[in-house]
Write a protein that binds this ligand. Sequence first.
Ligand SMILES: Cc1cc2nc3c(=O)[nH]c(=O)nc-3n(C[C@H](O)[C@H](O)[C@H](O)COP(=O)(O)OP(=O)(O)OC[C@H]3O[C@@H](n4cnc5c(N)ncnc54)[C@H](O)[C@@H]3O)c2cc1C
Length: 193
Amino acid sequence: MINFELSPKIKNIRNLIHSLALNNLRPLSRQYDEEEHTKPADLIDMMHQLSRGGGISGVGKGRKEGPSDATLMNAVLAEELCWGDAGLTLLSLPGGGLGAAAIQATGTPEQKERFLKRFSEEKPTWGAMAITEPDAGSDTAAITTTATLDREKNEWVLNGEKIFVTSGKSALKDSKGFVVVWATVDKKQGGRE
Ligand SMILES: Cc1cc2nc3c(=O)[nH]c(=O)nc-3n(C[C@H](O)[C@H](O)[C@H](O)COP(=O)(O)OP(=O)(O)OC[C@H]3O[C@@H](n4cnc5c(N)ncnc54)[C@H](O)[C@@H]3O)c2cc1C
């Protein structure tokens, strides 16, 4: 059972993040509401340095607390940062996002090492997850994107259209991140689960 009591350590971090949200996010809100296609470079760098140094939580950072503490810490962080500015937090800040969460949950040890290490490296890096399609939102069973293994090249070929991929551009164009793509595997052509 999850214990919802905040430990002294989480309370301290909550206070720190609250003050960061007050002083570093809220003053930028109006500007980035009006300039919605620009990115707050200084804020991104600061948050990345804090996150990679272990100052605030992130996926794949070798946390020492148990799962309950990690879950509570993430909830508190999301609450405080979104109090500062939900748009800047969810759409701008670097980190593994949903893409890294998927690999953390299902990846092999080798995949975790290969894909997640980059979030602790020097440059801000983004991960993303592409599920939604023009004709498939909540109903993920309706996804039509396919993944087919090209045996000669030993490569997976993706065919389909994705929309609303949060941080997709940041992951693939602005940094050396990645996008996890939801697709159906064509088993007849040599795919596997
Ligand atoms: C800020 C933001 C970030 C996002 N980031 C991502 C991302 O990173 N990656 C990604 O893949 N997608 C992302 N999305 C897309 C999001 O996941 C989809 O918008 C969501 O799944 C809903 O799909 P839809 O917009 O097609 O709406 P629909 O699925 O068409 O739903 C429309 C309405 O119908 C209702 N509805 C749907 N199905 C049922 C049902 N069976 N019974 C009753 N009511 C139903 C819904 O509640 C909703 O009110 C993001 C969206 C937003 C707003």
